[in-house]
Design a protein around this ligand. Structure first.
Ligand code: HEM
Length: 155
């Protein structure tokens, strides 16, 4: 039952996460950029954060509890390392949008009427979000290969 629950939660995170990061990027393309659009991006950003937490927690659990295969299988698998490398790139790309959106959330909370979002910055967050979504799809390919024995180098 634990095996099935973790696998389902891992895939729920995939569904929410890729949708959320895409919607975050899409919301910030509106011109002129309204406060309503920025607020939609905040909601999507929160879901993206929740999905990332769920992904990593369930992924690490599946890895170390050996619910599908022994931990050593993954540690000798190039597709697994490709998947982790892609995750590191996604997380590194997230630093700047995360800091920016935290600043924006504070600014909106302080003076929502007076505050004007910077459309150039918003455009950059959109580009980064779309790149992260594409890298997330590449992670799915690596995961599917890894789960089916591809990339295994033997113990
Ligand atoms: C620390 C992060 C992560 C770890 C340690 C991890 C680990 C795992 C493990 C151990 C499995 C089981 C594979 C098997 O059945 O042998 C798995 C499956 C899977 N993971 Fe992850 N994962 C992580 C993050 C992610 C992310 C961010 C995504 C998507 C973008 C993802 C997508 C998938 C998919 C689609 C499967 C199912 C593959 C299949 O059964 O065909 N994982 N993951």
């Amino acid at each position: 039952m634990l095996r099935v629950t973790l696998a389902a939660l891992h895939l729920f995170a995939l569904a929410f996460g890729l949708g959320a990061v895409y919607v975050r990027g899409r919301s910030l393309t509106e011109r002129p950029l309204t406060l309503g659009a920025v607020r939609r991006a905040f909601v999507a950003d929160s879901w993206w954060g929740i999905a990332a937490g769920l992904w990593i927690a369930t992924g690490l659990w599946r890895l170390f509890a050996g619910t599908e295969k022994a931990t050593s299988y993954y540690l000798h698998n190039d597709a697994f390392f490709a998947k982790m490398a892609l995750l590191i790139i996604i997380l590194a790309l997230e630093i700047w949008p995360m800091m920016t959106l935290i600043r924006w959330r504070k600014a909106v909370a302080k003076s929502s009427d007076a505050w004007q979002p910077d459309e150039i910055v918003a455009g950059r967050i959109t580009k980064i979000s779309y790149i992260q979504a594409a890298l997330g799809l590449a992670m799915v390919v690596a995961a599917v290969l890894m789960a089916r024995g591809y990339g295994y180098r033997g113990p």
